[in-house]
Design a protein around this ligand. Structure first.
Ligand SMILES: [Zn+2]
Length: 264
């Protein structure tokens, strides 16, 4: 398997859970990874290996429901039992890796240069419309004393606007959620024939642009937001895509562990 080229500051590396993608600016803050088809996430051993790859004793995951709820993991606190229904995790616990799964949706990792706190976010179109990335920044800010300007973000493989045609209902949902028209124009690319004229083939959603903009609006400096630019539907030898593979699609995971937490 020869992995597709990725732009700086991303790089491929082999790990206990196979080939993974990493982002250099995050390396300095927190052990993390984006998995590939190599990681067998349908098995307990697969998750154990993923925890091992980031030096964690255990991995906290979610029952992802395409919303904006955030679960917090803290040292000494009772761990979330089972898989809570939510789409983002924040953590200040060095013994636990937090992980989200995706097959086209945006897997997003955040780490704070100052305190060391981390977040993992799953943002499909519904979660993006609901602003789950901003909800994670807010949880870091309010719960763990993070200043958004100190956050570094890495956006992993996501279905690209190249392969993500959506219906007008999706654009309508973003409008109903209150996202500004000038932003929606950036996120929905291709000819938009306007209200009343149905031409869904021409409408494509750029999930990465939408999440990047939402992070910037939440106070994360744009220069600290890195996207690997890989389209899941175009690299099926390495990645996995629900759009391209339907029910056969596996999942990739994005995982990160807080190395140490210093709120002072
Ligand atoms: Zn594509």
């Amino acid at each position: 398997m020869s992995p597709p080229a990725v732009p700086e500051p991303f790089y491929w590396i082999s790990s206990p859970c196979g080939l993974v993608l990493r982002c250099r600016p995050l390396d300095d803050i927190a052990p993390h990874l984006f998995t590939t088809r190599d990681a067998l996430l349908s098995s307990t051993e697969g998750w154990w290996r993923l925890g091992d790859a980031v030096g964690a004793e255990r991995v906290a995951t979610l029952d992802q429901v395409h919303g904006r709820d955030v679960v917090a993991v803290a040292p000494g606190a009772a761990p979330p039992s089972g898989r809570p229904k939510a789409d983002a995790l924040v953590s200040s616990d060095p013994s636990v890796a937090i992980a989200v799964r995706a097959a086209d949706c945006v897997p997003l990792l955040l780490a704070d240069r100052r305190t060391g706190a981390v977040a993992a976010v799953h943002a499909g179109w519904r979660g993006t419309a609901a602003g789950v990335a901003a909800a994670a920044v807010e949880a870091l800010q309010c719960g763990l004393g993070v200043k958004p300007r100190d956050l570094v973000a890495a956006i992993g493989p996501t279905i690209g606007a190249c392969c993500y045609e959506v219906g007008r209902d999706v654009a309508d949902a973003f409008a109903a959620a209150g996202h500004a028209p000038h932003l929606r124009e950036r996120w929905f690319v291709g000819r938009d024939p306007g209200p009343g004229i149905r031409d869904p083939e021409e409408l494509r959603l750029d999930l990465v642009a939408a999440n990047r903009d939402q992070l910037v609006l939440a106070g994360v400096p744009e220069a600290q937001i890195h996207a690997c630019g890989l389209c899941t539907a175009m690299h099926l030898d390495v990645l996995t895509s629900y759009r391209a593979e339907k029910e056969k699609a596996g999942r990739i995971a994005a995982a990160i562990r807080c190395r140490e937490y210093n709120p002072a």
